[in-house]
Design a protein around this ligand. Sequence first.
Ligand SMILES: NC(=O)c1ccc[n+]([C@@H]2O[C@H](COP(=O)([O-])OP(=O)(O)OC[C@H]3O[C@@H](n4cnc5c(N)ncnc54)[C@H](O)[C@@H]3O)[C@@H](O)[C@H]2O)c1
Ligand SMILES: O=P(O)(O)OC[C@@H](O)[C@@H](O)[C@H](O)[C@H](O)CO
Length: 558
Amino acid sequence: MPAILRGGRRWIARGAVPIQLSKVMYMKLNLSSLSHASDYEAAGIQVPAFDVAATQERARTNPRWLHIGPGNIFRIFLARIADDMLADGKYWPITGVVPMDPAEMEKQLEAFDLLTLGVILSGDKRDTRVIAGLADGLATRRDGDFDRLVSIFTKPEMTTVTLTITEKGYVIQDSQGELSEATRADIASDPYANHENTMALLAGLLAHRYQAGGAPINFISADNFSHNGDKLRDSILQIARGWVERGALSQEFLDWVSDDTKVAFPISVIDKITPRPSEEVSEYLTGLGFTDMGIDHLGRTPIAGFVNAEPTEYLIIEDKFAAERPPFEDYGVYITDRETCDKFERMKVTTCLNPLHTALAVSGTVMRFPTIDSEMRDPDLAKMVNILAYDEAMPVVTDPGIIDPKDFVREVLEERFPNSALPDNPARIAMDTSQKIPIRFGVTLQEYQRRGLDMDKLRVIPLVFAVWARYLLGIADDGEEFTPSSDPLLEELQGHLKGIKLGESVDAHAVLKPILSNANIFGLDLYTTPLAEKVEALFTKLIAGPGAVRATIHEEIN
Ligand SMILES: NC(=O)c1ccc[n+]([C@@H]2O[C@H](COP(=O)([O-])OP(=O)(O)OC[C@H]3O[C@@H](n4cnc5c(N)ncnc54)[C@H](O)[C@@H]3O)[C@@H](O)[C@H]2O)c1
Ligand SMILES: O=P(O)(O)OC[C@@H](O)[C@@H](O)[C@H](O)[C@H](O)CO
């Protein structure tokens, strides 16, 4: 939203109500601009309530909390919690570690002296704040940074590692469930080396820590999947075991990593819809006077000095720690027993939020909806996710006690997804769908099987699987091409569907069998359920020609 000059004063349209700034300001987000706090205040932007430069300097030599994958959710949620702690005099600055492209560290974080502008969007309100919880930054693939990472990792006072590296960051197997070639190469290599795969990197860093005395440590995965801490532990242990089996490390090291009083892997659930940076928010910040809040790209991924998100947030962590940790519970985080985490996770990740998101992601992309909220204004799509939530998912939800599932799902369907201020693109959510399905749908299907519930009644779950298969063709419902979001199995899956053309007949069973029978994708072989046959029939309808996706969804849910 551009700034408007009126009588020499600068006005910014903020929602419906223009706010007036006392003077025109042009600034960049960096440490030096923080010394002009009045400029920020004039623009209604909250600034850190502590000495950021001094904290950053101290954090380089006195690290306490390491975060791997300092992307958007981290910057607006965990880093904000750390900022709040620092403001209260609790010394928990974060050292961010970029495990992939060092350009992410340089362009998205270091260019802004590690600061982030957090913009919370709801209705016509935008609450903007400078977040300074990230106090040091490393990129493992940058010369010299790995050595510094080892030195930080071996310090006993650095007791907590958090992660937001996406589901695929934990995967050490191939699509057939065998150890991947890259993992086998890591196991064959020097444990103490700088490994590209994050699981091997962490296993190797633990070897360094053990060698340096083995101070206890906590690993908290904050990625969106079932039993994230267990998966993290399992991947790290498999690699560590491989090293021990070939004699590169001692059994004592493996015993230490396996001992949860020494190395703890609590499970967690994190919830805050954090879309990619939006052009509208970029323009709004530019209108406030920032000259560096444009959106750049790393490959296809948009990056920016700001993060936009919804106001709602939940973080639930299992009370299982081996070492001193940030005082999370004083900052709105639930520290609770495993059962409560489990139930919350089942509610959020496997039933009441993330599966609905994936349903909207694949159908919205194929039907070319620009945002999730615009899909929620479409009666068919809104009805589709309502059926999915209330009729198909809710039967397997158990109340976690800390929030009533009925309230949670109502908030998701009536407030959070329809939030028209939140520019969330279906393509973001469609990323890595093959990795998400086993968690977002497979867990529910397994629960149906376990409880002997009737799967034949399911209408939307098979429809979503069929729309996903249709999505993989890379042809939108208008008959024109689109580029599917990245997914580690994209090429393999598209290989099975090669040659399919809209309007031409196809043997749906033959082309879909290799996909629908893959228990790694669906959590079970769909041919052991009534669903495979339904998916095949739906897929045949969905490829009947342009407009068939819209027509099939309409027909199935009405
Ligand atoms: N964005 C949200 O709404 C949201 C909400 C709740 C939870 N999460 C969880 O957080 C994760 C990150 O989301 P985000 O929005 O911050 O994404 P992002 O793209 O902004 O950040 C992802 C981070 O992970 C790193 N990464 C990506 N692939 C990796 C790999 N294979 N190995 C190691 N590191 C890798 C990236 O370098 C980056 O630092 C999600 O996958 C999800 O599990 C996101
Ligand atoms: O972040 P991902 O890629 O695992 O999933 C995409 C979205 O469904 C997800 O990010 C939600 O926005 C989030 O889970 C809300 O808390």
